[in-house]
Design a protein around this ligand. Sequence first.
Ligand SMILES: [Zn+2]
Length: 104
Amino acid sequence: MPGIDFSSLRGEITMEQVLGLLGFECVHRRGDQWYGYCPLHQSQAKHRNAFSVNVRKACYYCHKCRSRGDQFTLWADATKMPLHPAVVELCNRLGVEIPWVHRW
Ligand SMILES: [Zn+2]
């Protein structure tokens, strides 16, 4: 399978879109920094702010399960798929054309 041009895809699919698909509920918001239940592990109510995500920089970090990454690794982790097929599925779901990398 050809590679995916992630840098161009980053301009197409935002962290907010991925959070929306995952049904992320923002508990607390400070500018671009959002906090809430972690979509990657079973959060208990007392850990409702464990997951923090910067929607402008498109990076997240969970203080409980220590997951971190960008919108694509978040989607892959949440759907328990390897990154490549997860991103293909994500593009299909959002109706975004996949920017394949053709080397030759
Ligand atoms: Zn977590």
